[in-house]
Ligand binder design. Structure first.
Ligand SMILES: [Zn+2]
Length: 79
């Protein structure tokens, strides 16, 4: 697991990228407390347990992969 910070809410999660399509995200804090997007969805009646990431966090994860700070397990980065 590698730490990735959400560019929007500043929340830090632990990420494991198994492949480009498969990302495991582990929240280190209560998502509904630290992330405004989560909070909005929970307030709207959604269950936070069913939400994996907020959009901004997913973008941040993609960016981390692009920059090479988050390694993808089954893809070799071109160095
Ligand atoms: Zn967020």
């Amino acid at each position: 697991m590698q730490p990735v910070e959400c560019a929007t809410c500043g929340n830090q999660v632990l990420c494991e990228k198994f492949s480009m399509a498969h990302t495991s995200v582990q929240w280190t804090a209560d998502a509904a407390v630290v992330c405004a997007e989560f909070r909005d969805r929970v307030t709207a009646g959604g269950s936070s347990a069913r939400i994996r990431t907020c959009r901004a966090l997913r973008d941040s994860i993609d960016l981390a992969v692009e920059k090479g700070t988050l390694e993808v397990a089954d893809v070799r980065a071109d160095v």
